[in-house]
Each structure stands twice: as C-alpha cells, then as structure tokens.
Unconditional design. Structure first.
Length: 229
C-alpha cells in the first residue's frame, strides 16, 4: 500500500521531482525558498501543511491572470501560500489572512518582511468564522477577487457559504486538499493514517456538494495537495 503520509497524488516521486526541478524551483522567489526551508527545519513532516512549490506557482499565475487585487486566505500555517499571493498582487493589493496559530505565522513573518510584502498583508489570529461574519456585517460582501481555504475539512461546507458571499461574481474560491491524499477513492478499511481517516468522509461530502452546486463552476485539480476551484 502506498505511504499516505507523502500525499503524492502523482504516485511517482521521480515525476514530482522533475516538475520541481524543471519548472518550480527555478522560478521560486528567494524568500519563498528560505521560508520553505525554515518551515521544514522547524516543523519536519508537518511542513506539508504549506502548499508545494508547483501549486504555489500555479496560484501565482492564476492571480496575475485574474488581475486580482483583494484576496482572502483562511488557514495560513507559516505563510508560504500567503507570501506567494502577496508577491503576485500589485503594489496596492491586499490580502486578509486568518489563522488562530500565531506562532506558525511568526515563523514565516521575517521572510514576508524581507520580501517587502508586509504592507499588503493583514494577519488576523482568530477563529475564521468570527472574522468572516464580521467582514460580511461590515459590508465586504462581493469585494474579494480570490479566496483560498486551507482549514479543517469538516468546516469546508460552512466556509463555502461564507466565501460565496464574500467573493465577487466571476471570482475564484480555491479549496486545498480536496482529494485528501487519494483517500476519496479508497474504502474505510484501506485508509490507515488517522488524520486522513478522520476527515475522509467530510471531503467526500464536500466534493459531492460542490459538483452539484449550480451557483459555481468547479474543477478538481490533481496535485500532491489537490484543489477544487
């Protein structure tokens, strides 16, 4: 049985490394590289909570193609995707980032400052539902170009309803880990990693809901950490 801790949907480490070495690493910003390495050194195997380099590269391209200026990130960890987003936004762009884990964010904060991106970021160490409801109450509905959700999978359906209120018509909401290490096509008995097993059914339920949601156009992307768009 494949080692699910690797979360490699490509099922081929050599191919993954080819993508990294040929396309992703050569264009990785120096401060992103340093943040990635610092996260791996401090958090070891938990460093996979940050998006991989090729996925970040795609997010950056997407934001630039959209001409995004105002974005929202739910779930930050040490901030690899957050810094990626800030670097892709124009000089007057803004990103609101929400995560109760301030310590993890502070691991990445020096690299954000060194990259000159601090002025684009508002980090809120809080429960995301409280912040999102406050944004809606304060008239922020329909003002965000892009929303990135990387939080507890059991909360994805609730985040979806709030994100739909906050994103502009024609905007994009991206959900992280929506193939959940490939477990969505495995039986309960085949899933042995506790954290994968815990949220597997939530991810399956979420994917089915999105596929049937007539309010959005959606696509599942096959990555090491897969996305729904």
């Amino acid at each position: 049985m494949a080692n699910r801790t690797k979360k490699n949907i490509l099922r081929n480490d050599a191919l993954q490394q080819y993508i990294f070495q040929t396309s992703a690493y050569p264009k990785e910003h120096e401060q992103l590289k340093e943040l990635r390495e610092a996260t791996a050194e401090k958090y070891k195997s938990l460093s996979v909570m940050n998006v991989p380099v090729d996925e970040a590269q795609f997010i950056s391209m997407l934001l630039k193609i959209m001409n995004a200026k105002k974005t929202l990130e739910i779930g930050v960890f040490t901030g690899y995707s957050l810094l990626t987003t800030a670097l892709a936004l124009p000089e007057d762009g803004k990103v609101i980032a929400i995560d109760p884990d301030k310590e993890a964010f502070e691991t990445g904060s020096p690299f954000i400052e060194k990259a000159g991106m601090k002025h684009k970021i508002t980090f809120i160490p809080s429960d995301a539902f409280l912040v999102l409801n406050d944004l809606i109450a304060n008239g922020e509905e329909g003002t965000f170009d892009f929303v990135f959700v990387a939080a507890y999978k059991s909360d994805y359906l609730k985040f979806h309803e709030l994100a739909l209120k906050l994103v502009k018509i024609g905007g994009i909401i991206a959900y992280d880990n929506t193939l959940w290490a490939g477990s969505v096509v495995e039986s309960e008995e085949e899933v042995v990693v506790k954290t994968i097993k815990k949220f597997r059914n939530s991810v399956i339920e979420f994917n089915s809901f999105i596929a049937a949601d007539s309010r959005v156009e959606s696509s599942l992307l096959r990555w090491r950490w897969p996305h729904s768009l």
